[in-house]
Design a protein around this ligand. Structure first.
Ligand SMILES: NC(=O)c1ccc[n+]([C@@H]2O[C@H](COP(=O)([O-])OP(=O)(O)OC[C@H]3O[C@@H](n4cnc5c(N)ncnc54)[C@H](O)[C@@H]3O)[C@@H](O)[C@H]2O)c1
Ligand SMILES: N[C@H](C(=O)O)[C@H](O)COP(=O)(O)O
Length: 343
């Protein structure tokens, strides 16, 4: 299998120091970034192509020169354009099949907006754009807890006050369908079970505490169930994430970012992985951010990055097996769609 490309992310964050740690843990990676940003003493070798051989123990580096060195904990606006360019180059390598998957180190959305007028609220939306404005969803998946905790918020990087307006039938349906398709093709679950959280306390308490649960979410779920999808809800969100509740589903759809991300990051901060669903290539990421408060101090825990790289490799294997089975069945080298039936 081709290597997984790990981007440098924000050079003043913990991204650069996590790459040698992931390599030491056995990950087969190629790093895209400026080697001046790697920790002192890191062993690396510049490569011209992602799969070029290097001395064992050396980090293969696809070089992308930034304006200068980085100071841990202090993002430099002069680096913003290069952080963005690295992501775009990674996508190009993934779209052309030169790497098996991409794993992105964290970026500071604020630094990119201030330094380069970045027009996207995060990787997720930028990657969707680079891939041709495809519909995507953001999944956060645990890797070390049982039953697993997988959550997909139907609205992502928007102010809380905007959630009720953004939570449309189309947004919810897109999140559900992308999740359903990804559980089948990337997680090896042929008959996925999906639970949908309500927006309001107690899933609206019959309309007494908000009407979206009753008027928007419930009818959508009824329609999808009639189509044969195993979807339930809307469930009160506060009782969806303890272990017996998680045993009843394979992924939860949340109505907004923190409703879904607080449980997963509480249950499995070290093993949590961010996966973008719907892209024509595989993208994972650690669940944490730039951690400016500890950057450069040797305190960053690489577990989530290692988990993200492992999950990316597992997803690549799952897709290769599916493709192989499809070829054997005579249905050609086609992957099942990322989206299922269009809404
Ligand atoms: N995938 C991404 O690009 C991504 C994800 C989340 C947050 N962010 C960005 O990161 C920036 C900071 O966000 P935040 O402060 O909300 O979250 P954060 O995850 O950076 O930090 C939260 C806390 O967790 C700790 N932490 C984070 N990663 C750690 C690690 N590997 N080992 C040990 N401790 C770790 C930090 O020290 C901090 O105390 C923001 O600009 C945000 O947009 C980016
Ligand atoms: N919402 C994510 C989180 O809090 O973990 C994070 O900001 C990542 O977003 P992107 O992968 O879209 O950058």
């Amino acid at each position: 299998m081709a290597r997984i490309l790990l981007t440098c992310g924000e050079p003043a964050g913990v991204g650069p120091e996590l790459a040698p740690l992931a390599l030491a843990a056995g990950a087969d990676i190629v790093w895209l970034g400026d080697p001046r940003h790697l920790p002192q003493g890191a062993l690396w070798t510049q490569v011209a192509a992602p799969d070029d051989a290097v001395t064992p123990g050396h980090l293969p580096v696809l070089r992308h020169d930034f304006a200068g060195p980085a100071t841990p904990g202090r993002p430099d606006p002069a680096h913003a354009a290069d952080v963005i360019a690295v992501i775009a180059r990674a996508v190009d390598l993934a779209m052309t099949g030169q790497v098996a998957a991409i794993c992105t180190a964290p970026i500071s959305k604020e630094a990119l907006i201030r330094g380069a007028g970045f027009a996207f609220p995060g990787h997720t939306e930028f990657l969707a754009h680079l891939a041709g404005d495809v519909p995507v969803a953001m999944m956060l998946a645990s890797t070390t807890v049982t039953p697993p905790c997988r959550v997909v918020p139907a609205t992502i990087h928007i102010p809380l006050a905007d959630v009720p307006t953004a939570l449309t039938e189309q947004a919810l349906e897109q999140a559900i369908r992308l999740t359903h398709a990804a559980l089948i093709r990337d997680f090896g679950l042929p008959a996925p079970r999906i639970s949908v959280a309500g927006l309001n306390p107690h899933a609206g308490e019959g309309g007494m505490m908000g009407t979206q649960d009753r008027d928007l979410i419930a009818p959508l779920i009824a329609r999808l169930r009639a189509e044969g999808l195993h979807v339930t809800g809307p469930h009160p969100a506060d009782t969806m994430f303890h272990a017996p509740a998680r045993a009843r589903y394979d992924a939860a759809i949340a109505c907004y970012h923190d409703q879904g991300l607080i449980p997963i990051k509480t249950l499995d901060f070290d093993g949590g992985v961010n996966v973008t669903l719907g892209l024509p290539f595989i993208r994972t990421s650690p669940d944490h951010g730039t951690a400016f408060d500890i950057a450069g101090k040797g305190l960053a825990d690489p577990s989530s990055t290692i988990a993200a790289l492992r999950l990316a490799a597992d997803m690549a294997t799952a897709r290769a097996l599916l493709l192989h089975e499809n070829i054997l069945r005579g249905s050609g080298g086609r992957m099942p769609p990322a989206f299922g039936k269009a809404p």
